[in-house]
Design a protein around this ligand. Structure first.
Ligand code: GTP
Ligand code: MG
Length: 335
């Protein structure tokens, strides 16, 4: 009997694999979209440099970490050398400049947690958020980008998880669910834990890239072109990985005691981080350590209501992958 079950399982996986890959392919941005983004960045650079000649613009977030789906907004960081600038003043000035250049929906959000200027480029239709001196985000964008070069299955898994999270309404930080950045870290950690491992722990290897940002040393092995066959011994395909990912977060993760840590490539204990009790608004109900700002829990947005929603969604997804004859439709049904 157990042999028959294994056989059924295999054929289920075979059946689910192609449709999942097709969903992934449909989400990957086309070349034209990428070149439109570059073009917009170039024209923004020209505008910005008229006012601040030494300023640099960097893309960060999903348009630069290789986890961006088609038609995403782009995230831009304006790096100014002067450390004593008043961010609100700069943002208001920037908004004036952009408005004068016929960019649309220009809005300075100076009181947000990360203050930004929003805009829409009427030529390409691309929306864009510009923040100031958020260099750590540029560095963690590079880390995610580098992980994505090692094994294609990371990008496949993360696209499917992000797509699921958006459609199921659990990718809304102001409602207490997780950011896209948090979901990608969950995927990286999950692939580091497979046996045999599909991803290495880059921060545990000899550092070939070292920068210090806001007193935080960011160091890791970034020569990832040498790691292209790291995961080759593991033959799991995307359907198995999607199923096991949801099964892990539904039934196996120890929410009470464990922190997932891409930095160490392992689970660490909440006790070791002193993340066992609520301090201020940090409840630590699901713990995801930021790879560089290690005191930062990306699960901090999750509260006692939204943790229930999240876990129910993980269980729903795991059960669909397990029992549903046509999981690719049900899994992504809008809530
Ligand atoms: P989508 O826009 O949903 O496709 O995803 P995204 O990758 O752009 O994600 P998100 O909007 O969640 O975050 C944008 C970038 O901001 C991330 O890639 C990170 O570089 C950075 N970021 C987001 N949240 C945090 C955070 O809590 N801490 C730090 N250090 N960086 C963050
Ligand atoms: Mg984004």
């Amino acid at each position: 009997r157990s042999h028959k079950r294994v056989v059924d399982c295999r054929s289920d996986i075979d059946r689910m694999n192609a449709p999942l890959l097709a969903i992934y392919e449909s989400l990957v941005p086309k070349e034209e979209e990428k070149s439109n983004q570059k073009q917009l960045l170039t024209s923004l650079e020209k505008l910005v440099n008229k006012e601040w000649p030494t300023a640099q613009l960097y893309l960060y977030g999903s348009c630069a970490n290789s986890f961006g789906v088609s038609k995403s907004d782009i995230d831009v960081c304006l790096a100014l050398e002067d450390p004593d600038i008043n961010k609100s003043e700069v943002l208001l000035k920037l908004a004036d400049i952009l408005q004068a250049d016929n960019l649309e929906n220009v809005q300075a959000l100076t009181r947000a947690r990360v203050p930004i200027v929003k805009l829409m480029d009427p030529v390409t239709g691309i929306s864009c958020d510009i923040c100031i001196n958020n260099v750590l985000a540029v560095v963690n964008t590079k880390l995610l980008h580098d992980y994505a070069q090692i094994d294609d299955r990371l990008r496949q898994l993360a696209f499917i998880v992000k797509h699921w999270a958006k459609l199921r309404g659990v990718n809304v930080t102001y409602q207490g669910t997780l950011s896209s950045y948090a979901y990608v870290l969950m995927c990286i950690h999950f692939l580091q834990q497979r046996k045999p491992a599909i991803l290495p722990c880059l921060q545990g290897m000899e550092a070939t890239y070292v920068v210090t940002v806001d007193d935080i040393e960011c160091a890791y092995f970034d020569q990832v072109q040498h790691l292209r066959d790291f995961g080759a011994r593991n033959k799991e395909r995307i359907a198995e990985l999607v199923w096991a990912f949801f099964d892990y977060w539904a039934y196996r993760h120890d929410y009470a005691n464990s922190v997932i840590s891409v930095r160490t490539g392992s689970l660490i204990s909440k006790r070791a981080k002193d993340w066992t009790r609520r301090i201020g608004n940090d409840r630590h109900l699901i713990c995801i350590e930021d790879p560089f700002e290690i005191s930062h829990d990306l699960g901090r947005v999750v509260d006692k209501y939204s943790i229930k929603t999240l876990r129910e969604e993980f269980e729903r997804a795991a059960n669909i992958m397990h029992y549903d004859p046509d999981p690719c439709v049900t899994l992504f049904e809008p809530y």
